[in-house]
Ligand binder design. Structure first.
Ligand code: AMP
Length: 618
């Protein structure tokens, strides 16, 4: 069996020994660690009974950095050495962050490296290293409480994190000496905490309103596989904004709209937050500012925050549209984030989705708790007889593209179950069928990969090349069973195939394929470039032939025709040679020769389009 079988307790030599495992919510503002004890997930606190660890790191010149509440106090007076919200920088290069870098209070090092590094008194640090500090503290906390080393952890990441951000999270864990069983999407973890993964299938909305951000995710659950259908939200909308509208109201009531007294404003924002949180349990809250004292009641509060709530619902509507899901298809709505404690938010979300949202689990802890359940399963701590496998895809899975190239859809080492979709299009005008050839391996060309199966999607509407949209979905379930389906967007026609990717390949074979792919990486890259340019040349030749057949006689004289055909012949000959540059040059030459022809064709098509119309109509 080629899938990596990490643990199978039924066969374990020490069947009664539980493996210590934990779930970690590595958050932008706060982080948490949780574990399963006696079948129940619980978050673990520090010595002061605090569960939330602020994701803040303060660096010192001569001692180890401090993390969490202890680092907080330095935020105001030593901001250069006190890093917060580093999650926003994880996996990001300097180019991605051009707009963000200037707004952060840190000094960035001027290095050649594409990864931004922040200058601190303790040296330059990257977001990965800073995140590792947070993870280290959580690891120590868990090991101190549980009395032994963690065998592994599940770390949650936002559903919209790309491969680079996920890899950076893994790297941070490696630095913190943590074994990562799996990264888990935050909304999926929240759904797991509510046991929704036990259901057969359905669509779930996860509404996550924290202190500074809002995320909405639409997930489809199908036999234990969560697929992210859509994500949306607003990275600058959260509980802080609710505080802000209350503070503004107080200023207006007290007749102090134009104050710029920083201390007063800071105090007011704290008071506003307290009032907001009090209103989650009481009918009204009292506020004061200087000589002014007033009462904020529910009705006024709701009126003040209504625009903010509306904004989140607008994102929900958009996410549903992106997911092509209607509200009544949503099976459950999961609430995540401290701000979903507000009864008004709960009510409005319930009204929007037309069903009461799930609120029983502490919205600050729900993600960490779900991750803990997942970690417990992956560590093999489930009753005997249950399938307890942590599987990864041993070799990448992809499909054949024009020119005999392979496009990877799921990369090697992705943990399963997993579902990924990618859009492809047609190569020829009027193409009505598409052959989907599924391959396994790391190399770039079909011959050097292993063929897993083929199927044909028929009934694609005959459109111009590149217009049809064919969504190919690869889904690998927990048993390593691969299901590939292809669907044409406009007609909805579908075809699919089921394959067992892991069968037939021994571990030795996998090793050989991996070794070969590394040894041949350079050659493969060159071959890929060559194949790509060959495909391009074929396309140019085909387009030219089609055009000439239509209107060469009308638009070209004999000499012009001959010139073009000569350039065409040269490209055809170059195409036969396995040399990237020769083909590129011949293609450029043909394009140059054809310029005047292209121009005449364009003029003709404009004339045709306009014939019978008045110029003013255009
Ligand atoms: P999080 O980022 O998920 O920890 O959420 C923090 C946000 O939740 C802050 O804006 C808090 O003011 C808010 N919050 C926490 N508890 C409550 C509550 N009981 N009522 C309203 N908002 C709350």
């Amino acid at each position: 069996m080629a899938l990596l079988q990490i643990s199978e307790p039924g066969m374990s030599t020490a069947p009664h020994q539980r493996q210590l495992a934990a779930g970690i919510d590595l958050g932008t503002t706060n982080s948490l660690i949780a574990t399963v004890r006696s079948g129940q997930a619980e978050t673990l606190s520090d010595l002061n009974g605090q569960h939330l660890l602020p994701s803040v790191i303060h660096y010192h010149a001569d001692k180890a950095p401090v993390v969490g509440h202890d680092a907080y106090q330095y935020m105001a007076n030593d901001s250069e050495n006190t890093l917060s919200s580093v999650k926003r920088l994880l996996g990001r290069g300097k180019n991605d962050l051009k707009t963000l870098l200037g707004t952060l209070p840190y000094v960035f090092a001027d290095t050649d490296s594409m990864v931004p590094r922040i200058k601190t008194v303790a040296g330059e640090v990257s977001a990965i290293e800073a995140s590792a500090e947070i993870l280290r503290v959580l690891k120590q906390r868990a090991e101190a409480i549980l009395g032994d080393e963690l065998s592994g952890v599940v770390i949650t990441v936002p559903a919209y994190f790309d491969e680079a951000q996920r890899q950076a999270t893994r790297d941070a864990a490696k630095l913190a000496d943590l074994n990562v069983f799996r990264l888990l999407n935050e909304p999926t973890a929240a759904a797991v905490a509510y046991g929704l993964d036990k259901k057969e299938e359905g669509v779930i909305a996860v509404y996550d309103l924290g202190g500074g951000t809002f995320d909405i995710s639409i997930l489809r659950l199908n036999k234990g596989v969560f697929e992210v259908l859509a994500t949306g939200g607003n990275s600058a909308l959260g509980g802080d904004d609710f505080d802000h509208v209350i503070a503004e109201w107080v200023l207006a009531q007290a007749g102090l709209t134009h104050t710029d007294d920083k201390d007063l404003l800071r105090q007011l924002s704290v008071a506003a937050r307290i009032a907001k949180e009090a209103l989650s349990d009481s009918a009204e809250a009292t506020l004061s500012l200087g000589n002014w004292q007033g009462v904020l009641d529910q009705a006024t509060f709701q009126q003040l925050v209504e625009p903010l709530v509306k904004k989140t619902l607008k994102s929900c509507r958009r996410a549903l549209r992106d997911a092509e899901i209607s509200k009544n298809e949503i099976m459950d709505v999961v609430m995540v984030g401290g701000s979903t404690r507000m009864p008004y938010v709960r009510r409005r979300v319930g009204e929007f989705f037309e069903r009461p949202p799930l609120i029983d689990i502490d919205p600050d802890r729900v993600v960490a708790l779900g991750a803990a359940y997942q970690a417990d399963v992956l560590a093999g701590n489930k009753p005997d007889g249950e399938m307890l496998l942590l599987d990864v895809i041993p070799l990448s899975l992809g499909i054949e593209m024009m020119g005999g190239l392979v496009e990877k859809v799921i990369s090697r080492n992705t943990t399963i179950p997993v579902a990924r979709a990618q859009e492809f299009t047609t190569y020829k005008d009027g193409q009505t069928a598409m052959s989907i050839h599924i391959l396994q391996g790391e190399r770039d060309t079909v011959e050097t990969n292993r063929s897993l199966g083929k199927f044909i999607l028929r009934g694609i509407p005959p459109l111009s090349a590149g217009v049809a949209r064919i969504k190919v979905t690869f889904q690998v379930d927990a048993d390593g069973l691969l299901n590939v389906s292809a669907e044409e967007a406009s007609t909805g026609i579908k075809a699919q195939i089921e394959i067992k990717p892991s069968y037939g390949l021994t571990d030795n074979e996998i090793e050989t394929m991996l070794r070969e792919s590394m040894e041949n990486a350079q050659g493969d890259m060159e071959l890929r470039r060559l194949r790509e340019v060959q495909v391009e040349a074929d396309r140019v030749l085909e387009a030219l032939d089609a055009a000439m057949q239509t209107d060469a006689d009308a638009l070209l004289d004999n000499i012009e025709k001959e010139c073009l055909l000569e350039a065409r012949q040269r490209l055809l000959e170059a195409r036969q040679q396995d040399n990237h540059d020769v083909i590129t040059n011949a293609m450029k030459a043909l394009e140059k020769t054809a310029e005047f022809y292209v121009e005449r064709r364009m003029n003709l098509s404009i004339k045709t389009a306009m014939s019978g119309h008045n110029v003013d109509e255009f």
